[in-house]
Design a protein around this ligand. Structure first.
Ligand SMILES: NC(=O)c1ccc[n+]([C@@H]2O[C@H](COP(=O)([O-])OP(=O)(O)OC[C@H]3O[C@@H](n4cnc5c(N)ncnc54)[C@H](O)[C@@H]3O)[C@@H](O)[C@H]2O)c1
Ligand SMILES: [Zn+2]
Ligand SMILES: [Zn+2]
Length: 374
């Protein structure tokens, strides 16, 4: 069939919205009509090359934060039927590999296919340009498209009455941010938490920290609009820079330093991480959720203080969560009014406006932009 998709033809060029050829789903695969796709910063890293080596080379279809309706299933997909509503996990969860079986599906072995962007089942492409090139898929998904074909392990079935334009955010941003606080940082009641970067991921880390009972939550972001939004999600203190947060730390934490520091800047940076390291008090956990450019090879952390104050620096992928537990759980919290998804979406776009959405991200104008499909 023919469908339309935002294709990265070459790095550092705008997304090209074009017709593409889409093959039917093979065994273990699912054809989905997208309803909505969030605009996460990670697709911007693909454009700039900051994720080179771990994402497909152009040409590739962007987008990894999607939700939609199943149109057709391939052989052997017994648990999904046409008409089912699904959210995609940006990391697949096969349910059978070592990591899935120990409850760490965010590290599923199927993620090994990420750099190729080809189908997990047989390593070939279902998506092709009209001029005959195979297309890679961001996170094996390619949600900047009216239709896509993905492996069943990327799908999470959700209730029909959950709004797909909100549910799409579960496919990356919400679970990543919330889980960075609740699972990776393991925020406990009464703790002091600092979140560096109050974008789509950061504000979810803030609401995760609030759920977990943090006593004070500092949001650090150079953009005033982000700091104002951070307060809506539960920030108790806001600062324009890590330096300003360090100055205010004595008052904000009764001189203890932050128990948990969560890094959610647009582009990770070894020097900024070294500075944020000082926000952590004794036995602090510093969670690195933002993505550093793959070419960066150094982070400037005081090794002495790592030991003497028993600090920990840890990475977190997809909020260290489990999509088949966390996506339904967080959607239930949303329907009960305990989780804020409404304030996450600053603006919606058509597929043709995808570049406007990323321009707004670069200008600091939104928390999340979402593409809505017809
Ligand atoms: N680990 C994962 O599983 C995972 C998943 C999704 C996204 N990410 C990464 O998380 C990061 C954030 O993504 P996002 O979609 O929220 O991006 P975003 O652009 O919406 O938000 C980033 C925020 O960081 C702020 N910022 C920039 N420089 C800063 C600085 N020096 N100090 C403080 N704040 C600063 C920006 O103003 C912006 O508000 C990206 O690197 C993205 O690739 C990681
Ligand atoms: Zn993402
Ligand atoms: Zn697995």
């Amino acid at each position: 069939m023919r469908t339309r998709a935002a294709v990265l033809r070459e790095r550092n060029t705008p997304w090209s919205v074009e017709e593409i050829e889409l093959d039917p789903p093979k065994a273990g695969e699912v054809l989905v009509k997208l309803a909505a796709s969030g605009l996460c910063h990670s697709d911007e890293h693909v454009v700039t090359g900051d994720l080179a080596g771990v994402t497909p080379e152009p040409p590739m279809v962007g987008g990894h934060e999607g939700a939609g309706v199943v149109v057709e299933v391939g052989d052997g997909v017994g648990w999904l039927s046409p008409g089912d509503h699904v959210v995609f996990g940006f990391v697949p969860a096969c349910g059978r590999c070592e990591w899935c079986t120990i409850g760490r599906s965010n590290l599923c072995n199927n993620g090994a296919a990420f750099p190729t962007g080809r189908q997990i089942g047989d390593g070939t492409a279902r998506h092709h340009t009209l001029d005959g090139h195979d297309l890679g898929l961001m996170c094996l998904l390619g949600t900047f498209a009216e239709h896509t074909v993905v492996n069943e392990s990327s799908c999470v079935k959700i209730e029909q009455n959950w709004p797909l334009e909100k549910a799409c955010l579960m496919g990356c941003g919400v679970v990543t941010g919330w889980g960075s606080a609740v699972y990776a940082a393991g925020v406990k009641p009464g703790e002091y938490v600092a979140v560096v970067g109050a974008g789509g991921i950061g504000v979810n880390a803030i609401q995760g920290a609030r759920h977990a009972g943090a006593r004070a939550i500092a949001a650090i972001d150079p953009v005033e609009f982000k700091r104002d939004k951070a307060k809506v999600f539960g920030a108790t203190h806001t600062y324009a820079s890590i330096g300003a947060a360090l100055e205010g730390m004595g008052d904000a934490t009764w001189g203890r330093g932050y128990d948990k520091v969560i890094m959610t800047m647009g582009v990770g940076d070894g020097q900024a991480l070294g500075e944020a390291f000082w926000l952590g008090g004794k036995a602090a956990k510093i969670v690195v959720t933002n993505i550093h450019p793959t070419a960066e090879q150094s982070i400037q952390i005081s090794g002495a203080m790592l030991t003497l104050l028993e600090k920990q620096v840890i990475g977190s992928l997809f909020g260290s969560g489990n999509i088949r537990r966390d996506i339904p759980r967080l959607m239930e919290l949303y329907t009960q009014g305990q989780l804020d998804l409404d304030d996450l979406i600053t603006k919606t776009y058509t597929l043709d406006e995808v570049n406007d959405g990323y321009e707004a991200m670069r200008n600091g104008e939104k928390i999340r932009g979402v593409i809505l499909f017809d």
